[in-house]
Structures are given as structure tokens and as C-alpha cells.
Design a protein around this ligand. Structure first.
Ligand code: CDP
Length: 219
């Protein structure tokens, strides 16, 4: 018996950080569904599968040999025995992830794999369609959002912290393009579940959002 908390929303809304904090606080398992799409993207690049080849992408997704190993600073992601934690965060992999995520057969192939993450006492599922498609019966659903400017600003600070130089205007444009792609795809487009709590974090800190979510869950 597993309590499911879903955290959906657009790129850069703070879902990753909040899902991790929430899982820690509740003692629940964490599903980073975006990592699965990133892994399919990386595997498809390694195997030279084109984004047009839906059946090869589906096979790639359904045979994905992946392991999520807990580490001091989060989770180590292992694909076919190789540590790909950093590799799946590269910009070209992000781009490919958003392309393979638009392929119907890929989403279907990943469905059961995502559901298998649900264990007692509970799961925090981070993604785009956790509350709508993957776990429609989840007990607590959140849709985290913030203005494109606020989301770009956060990513900007993150990249600066890593010593990477970036252009804020380019980040805003990039985030708007990804929103557009996530919202307009035919299968499981990005939208809040009917019964989701919508949290706009434009004017809130991570700590404030976390407390707000904990209040709603009621623990
Ligand atoms: O939030 P961010 O764009 O940095 O990346 P992510 O959450 O790791 O997701 C990577 C890509 O996978 C996104 O661009 C989405 O298009 C896609 N995705 C999806 O379609 N469905 C999910 N449940 C999770 C991610």
C-alpha cells in the first residue's frame, strides 16, 4: 500500500528540488520521470537511433537497463553499467529528451516502469504527467508553476553557481520553447490534473513552497 504524491509542472519550476525535499521529509521513494526520458535520449544517441524511428525508440525505452543508486548528493544514475548522472544533464541530451518525450510509443513503453516505482509507504513522483496519466488516482497532486522569467532567473543562478556563463534572454526564450513543446504534444500534454493543487512559486522561496505543500498533505 503506497501513498502517491505527484508533482507536475513546466521546466524550471523547482519540481526536482521540491520533490527531493518532500520525499526526504515524508520518508517516501522518489521517481524522477524526466531522468527516464533523458536516459532514452542518451541511449538513442549512443545507438544512433533517429527521432523519426518510433519503433526503435520504443524498443530502446522498453529494454532500458537502468539503476538509480542513492548517493550523498542525490542519486547516481547508471545506464548499462555506466555512471551517466552528469551525461544525461547535458544540453543536447535535454533537447533530445524533449523530442523523444513527444513520441507516443516511448511514453507507453515507460508507463509500467514508472508505476513500478510505487512502494510502501509512499512515492513522490516528479514529472509532467504524473497526476494526469501515470498516477491518476494519486492521493495528493501538485502542479508547480512560476513565470517564465522567474524560472529562467533560477536556472541562470544555478548555471552561474556552476561557473557557466549564460545569457538570461536566451534562457527565457529556451524555457518558452520547451513550454510550448510540452503543452502542444498529442499524448499527455503538460497540464494540471483536475484535482491538482496549483502552486505559483514566482514570489515564494523553496522553503515556503515546501511548507505549503506539507500543509496541504497534512502531515
Ligand atoms: O525540467 P527539465 O526540463 O529540466 O527536465 P526533466 O524534468 O528532466 O525532463 C526532461 C524532458 O522530458 C522534458 O523536456 C519533458 O519534455 C520530458 N518529460 C515528459 O515528457 N514527461 C515527464 N513525466 C517528465 C519529463
Amino acid at each position: 500500500n503506497s501513498t502517491i504524491v505527484t508533482v507536475d509542472g513546466p521546466s524550471g519550476a523547482g519540481k526536482g528540488t521540491l520533490s527531493q525535499l518532500l520525499a526526504q521529509r515524508l520518508g517516501y521513494r522518489l521517481l524522477d520521470s524526466g531522468a527516464l526520458y533523458r536516459l532514452v535520449a542518451l541511449a538513442s544517441i549512443n545507438k544512433a537511433i533517429s527521432v523519426e524511428n518510433a519503433s526503435a525508440l520504443r524498443d530502446c525505452a522498453s529494454t532500458l537497463d537502468v539503476e538509480f543508486a542513492p548517493a550523498d548528493d542525490g542519486v547516481t544514475v547508471i545506464l548499462e553499467g555506466q555512471d551517466v548522472t552528469a551525461a544525461i544533464r547535458q544540453e543536447h541530451v535535454s533537447m533530445r529528451a524533449s523530442e523523444v518525450a513527444a513520441v507516443d510509443a516511448v511514453r507507453t513503453a515507460l508507463l509500467q516502469r514508472q508505476r513500478d516505482f510505487a512502494v510502501a509507504p509512499g512515492l513522490v513522483a516528479d514529472g509532467r504527467d504524473m497526476g494526469t496519466t501515470v498516477f491518476p488516482a494519486a492521493q495528493h497532486k501538485f502542479y508547480l508553476t512560476a513565470s517564465a522569467e522567474a524560472r529562467a532567473q533560477r536556472r541562470y543562478q544555478q548555471l552561474l553557481g556552476r561557473g557557466e556563463s549564460v545569457d538570461l534572454a536566451a534562457l527565457v526564450a529556451d524555457i518558452q520553447a520547451r513550454d510550448q513543446r510540452d503543452q502542444s504534444r498529442a499524448t499527455s500534454p503538460l497540464r494540471p490534473a483536475q484535482d491538482a493543487h496549483i502552486v505559483d512559486s514566482t514570489e515564494m522561496s523553496i522553503a515556503q513552497v515546501l511548507e505549503h505543500m506539507i500543509d496541504i498533505i497534512g502531515v
